[in-house]
Write a protein that binds this ligand. Structure first.
Ligand SMILES: Cc1cc2nc3c(=O)[nH]c(=O)nc-3n(C[C@H](O)[C@H](O)[C@H](O)COP(=O)(O)OP(=O)(O)OC[C@H]3O[C@@H](n4cnc5c(N)ncnc54)[C@H](O)[C@@H]3O)c2cc1C
Length: 452
């Protein structure tokens, strides 16, 4: 099958943009593929690739940076899967005031380009900025930087999708010819279904963003002793609207030091208002038992996307993707939960950390990211690339233990017990109806539990 398929793909995107089938390790070190990688440069080329796959019955998967550690990508098999790499679709244009961006644009250069025009990307992973905006939509980002100000669903006004039959459609108000994508309420809209579909309903090729002005920000940095954690976490809800990012993190290796605290206080109105708010936030956090060591107003250059403090915001917890991958792999478990679940989550997270410590995991990070109406918890173990004390089999019972708590796995992938999906009932049946309409030959993301 590969010979004629390769020829058809080469005809669709040009021979230089098709590479021989090769496996790919994700950030957790899990072998995926093998993928016959194609790099289309336009929506029309993506559609041509999909049609070529359909004619050959070849499965296909949109590929981002493979940093999703909950395993949405298919594991190693014998059939080459066509991997659609969208990195050449990265153009930014404007429909009226609304930015429209190619799905392959990485979030950091996108944010920088928006800031050059007084706008910004309000939410993105607390990672390295490599994530593509298409992957952000496909995995429904609800955590990390900016989650205090809303989800990716609230930041976008519609998406362009190539279906499993090679047809192209826009969701949101952008679906109406000639209307800039300024809103989506009040019009039958599939945007919500595409969010978190992890590639199962089609390839996201463009994203229409809502124009969001860059806020003024003040960074509060400090520490929280473990016994004051609950009192400080409660302020995630109490201070809703005052911050875009509220992060508390504790790491094996510096466990005795308790939690580091970072809160970015924002004002959409003025630098002065941001500072006034920061003073009040600092007072309340101190009263809750936090210690604030530094309070720094973001410079005008950082707000415009050009300065060392702007750059520092993108290294994430692991100091850059390439240096990290050269030495290690990430084993992560993330959930979203209501504030009421905090005590149960804390117990489970500390037990997981203790188990990892006992197994000889040298580095692991327990992090809380707070939003006005929910908590995100992540436990991220870093394991050396060549000596693995925490293989996937050790993680599995922990996914089952967390699944029994009142949580939402913030991503689905293959890491969670498939039984979690049983509770979806009619929603799941409707999603499968949608899949039948959009991908009748079931070519996308083979074996993904949400779609099988
Ligand atoms: C250190 C570290 C910190 C992180 N912190 C955060 C965080 O704070 N918040 C957070 O949300 N995530 C976080 N992540 C996880 C991850 O980086 C992102 O969630 C990201 O969205 C996945 O992007 P990716 O490009 O690597 O996607 P991939 O892993 O390549 O793909 C993810 C899924 O999306 C699908 N997909 C990709 N592109 C498209 C497309 N154009 N159309 C349709 N489907 C598509 C793929 O098929 C796959 O199913 C972190 C990861 C690391 C390593």
């Amino acid at each position: 099958m590969t010979g004629p398929l390769r020829e058809a793909l080469a005809a669709a995107v040009g021979p230089a943009h098709v590479t021989a089938p090769a496996p790919l390790d994700d950030v957790a070190g899990r072998p995926c593929g093998p993928f016959l990688r194609v790099r289309p440069a336009s929506t029309a080329e993506v559609a041509a690739v999909v049609r070529a796959c359909r004619s050959s019955g070849a499965p296909l998967v949109p590929l981002g940076a493979a940093t999703a550690y909950w395993a949405p990508l298919p594991g190693l098999g014998v059939t080459p899967i066509v991997g659609i790499d969208l990195s050449r679709l990265d153009a930014l244009s404007f429909a009226g005031r609304a930015p429209v961006v190619g799905a392959g644009a990485a979030v950091r250069p996108l944010d920088q380009a928006l800031r050059g025009r007084g706008l910004h990307l309000p939410i993105h992973p607390d990672a390295f900025g490599h994530t593509s905006v298409g992957a952000l939509v496909a995995s429904a980002c609800t955590s990390g930087i900016g989650m205090g100000a809303g989800s990716i669903g609230e930041a976008i006004a519609g998406v362009e999708v190539v279906t499993g039959t090679g047809e192209v459609f826009w969701t949101g108000s952008a679906a109406r010819a000639g209307v800039p994508p300024f809103l989506r309420e009040g019009f039958p809209d599939l945007t919500g279904a595409i969010l978190g579909a992890e590639g199962g309903l089609g390839v996201v090729t463009q994203v229409a963003l809502r124009p969001r002005p860059a806020p003024w920000r003040v960074h509060l940095r400090g520490a929280v002793p473990p016994e004051r954690l609950g009192a400080v976490v409660a302020h995630g809800a109490a201070l809703g609207g005052a911050y875009d990012t509220f992060r508390l993190a504790r790491t094996l290796g510096a466990w005795e030091a308790g939690y580091t605290l970072d809160v970015w206080v924002i004002s959409a109105f003025s630098a002065r208002e941001a500072v006034e708010r920061a003073v009040e936030v600092q007072r309340r956090l101190n009263a809750a038992g936090a210690r604030i060591d530094a309070c720094t107003a973001e410079s005008a250059a950082a707000r415009a996307g050009r300065s060392p403090d702007y750059d520092a915001r993108w290294t994430g917890p692991l100091d850059g993707l390439d240096p990290f991958l050269a030495r290690a792999r990430l084993r992560g478990l993330d959930v979203n939960a209501p504030y009421e679940a905090f005590p149960a989550l804390l117990d489970a997270a500390e037990a997981l950390l203790a188990a990892q410590r006992g197994a000889g995991v040298p580095e692991s990070r327990l992090a809380w990211y707070l939003a006005p109406d929910f908590i995100n918890l992540g436990v991220h173990a870093t394991v050396p690339k060549d000596a693995d004390p925490w293989p996937e089999s050790r993680s599995a019972p922990w996914f089952a233990r967390f699944a029994a708590l009142p949580i939402v796995p913030y991503r689905l992938g293959r890491a969670w017990p498939p039984a979690m999906l049983d509770g979806l009932g009619l929603t799941r049946a409707l999603l499968h109806e949608l899949r039948r309409a959009l991908d009748p030959d079931r070519l996308f993301v083979p074996g993904h539990p949400l779609w099988t």
